[in-house]
Design a protein. Structure first.
Length: 216
């Protein structure tokens, strides 16, 4: 007599259902985050971006998948962004880059993008990253650098230390207020300071120039 087979146990679908619920929960949280969030697979291809990124770029989820995200990067930054990303991917190390990306209205804005590899049992399974708009910070840095360059130029004209120039300009700013931010005002001030410095330098070198009389 052939023994009857034990009935096969039904497959437990709970792990798959839990994974699906976890994925849905992650995407829900990501879409509500105040930063841009993205994930990529083990090959470095983007497989998810959150609602914030889509609103920023004006593109669909499908348009951002794979490696097409680089199409929105500023042409002057694209090569450096791509090379740094794939270098980090090959080395399996965290990645960070500041670059300009095109917004939905065609304006390029600076962002800082960071990604980190995800490992399971020492095997790379994908990437997760965030990006933040830092455009205002970059513009302020540019303005500060331009102001420092102008201060250095004035300092060389007057043959004084740049710190002294910054101190003097700070005093002038208190007196002149916002008018010192006007390029025409700064240019006229620069000419006046140059003329004053030239006159003082000429007087110090001219042996025929009369000396200041001493008081009795």
């Amino acid at each position: 007599m052939v023994p009857a087979r034990e009935p096969a146990e039904p497959m437990d679908d709970r792990p798959f259902e839990e994974d699906e619920r976890g994925e849905a929960r992650f995407r829900e949280l990501a879409d509500g985050a105040p930063v841009f969030i993205w994930t990529a697979d083990r090959d470095g291809m983007v497989d998810f971006v959150n609602r914030g990124w889509l609103d920023f770029t004006g593109r669909s989820q499908a348009e951002e998948l794979g490696d097409t995200w680089v199409l929105g990067v500023h042409p002057d930054d694209a090569e450096g962004v791509e090379s740094s990303w794939w270098r980090a991917h090959r080395r399996r190390v965290p990645w960070e880059r500041e670059y300009r990306v095109r917004r939905h209205d065609g304006v390029y804005r600076w962002i800082v993008d960071r990604g980190a590899p995800r490992f399971v049992a020492h095997e790379l399974v994908g990437w997760v990253g965030t990006a933040t708009d830092i455009h205002e910070r970059k513009e302020m840095e540019s303005k500060l650098a331009a102001a420092a360059a102008r201060d250095h130029e004035v300092a060389e004209t007057l043959h004084v230390h740049p710190q002294t120039v910054r101190y003097r300009l700070g005093q002038l700013r208190e007196d002149l207020g916002d008018s010192l931010d006007d390029p025409d005002v700064r240019f006229e001030l620069h000419l006046a300071l140059r003329a004053r410095a030239g006159a003082a330098d000429g007087a110090s070198r001219d042996p025929a120039s009369p000396s200041r009389p001493r008081g009795d």
